[in-house]
Design a binder for this molecule. Structure first.
Ligand code: HEC
Length: 182
């Protein structure tokens, strides 16, 4: 046991001193959206119908998700989802490709347009919305009007960017991840 601890410590220290290592991306943009932004924003949208103060129904069972279902619930779960959204803003600022799609020529894993000013502005919108959600959850006050404002800001932060880079509302529409014609 002691040896293991020392080994783990040594690994942690090496990782810490590696220094100038750049962040490394792994998923394409759609995967990051589905894996991180989608589930966490849904936790926040649920606050419209689920009062975080309501007693939590205990989940029983031996699987890992069942055993840990009863911690980080209510307001704390909302706080954590808000943190995930603010941090996700950093993830979608990193250069990475969009999803590969053979059915849509022109979108063969195109690089996400992370260098563009409008992209940065949409990312800033997501970061701000996540912070609003975080402050709302920290305040621990459930008010019908505030919850609509807060979830509205989050939904808008998503749709502002999707309108241009995912669903393309321009005429003619542009492929995903492609800037609109100038
Ligand atoms: C800065 C731009 C931007 C923001 C902000 C953004 N998205 Fe996205 N999202 C995209 C783009 C671009 C795609 C398409 C990615 C691809 O094709 O690889 C996408 C795709 C998705 C998908 C996958 C759809 C599919 O076809 O399977 C989901 C789900 C999603 N976004 C959810 C969200 C949610 C929820 C939020 C807000 C909390 C959000 N996104 C915020 C740009 C953004």
């Amino acid at each position: 046991m002691r040896v293991l601890t020392v080994l783990v410590m040594a690994m942690l220290l090496t990782a810490g001193t590696a220094g100038a290592q750049e962040p490394q991306v792994f998923g394409d943009l759609a995967e990051v959206m589905r894996g991180i932004l989608f589930p966490n924003s849904n936790i926040i949208f649920d606050a419209q119908t689920n009062d975080p103060d309501a007693p939590v129904e205990a989940v029983e069972g031996d699987s890992t998700s069942e055993r840990f279902a009863n911690i980080y619930t209510g307001w704390e779960a909302l706080e954590n989802a808000a943190v995930a959204l603010v941090e996700a803003a950093n993830l979608i600022e990193l250069p990475r490709n969009c999803e590969l799609d053979e059915n849509e020529p022109g979108r063969i894993g195109a690089p996400a347009p992370v260098e563009r000013d409008d992209w940065k502005q949409y990312v800033a919108g997501l970061r701000a919305a996540g912070q609003t959600a975080y402050e709302w959850a920290q305040a621990r006050v459930y008010d019908d009007f505030d919850v609509i404002l807060m979830t509205g800001e989050v939904a808008e932060a998503c749709s502002n960017c999707h309108g241009v880079y995912r669903d393309s509302y321009t005429d003619p529409p542009t492929p995903r991840c492609t800037p609109p014609a100038e």
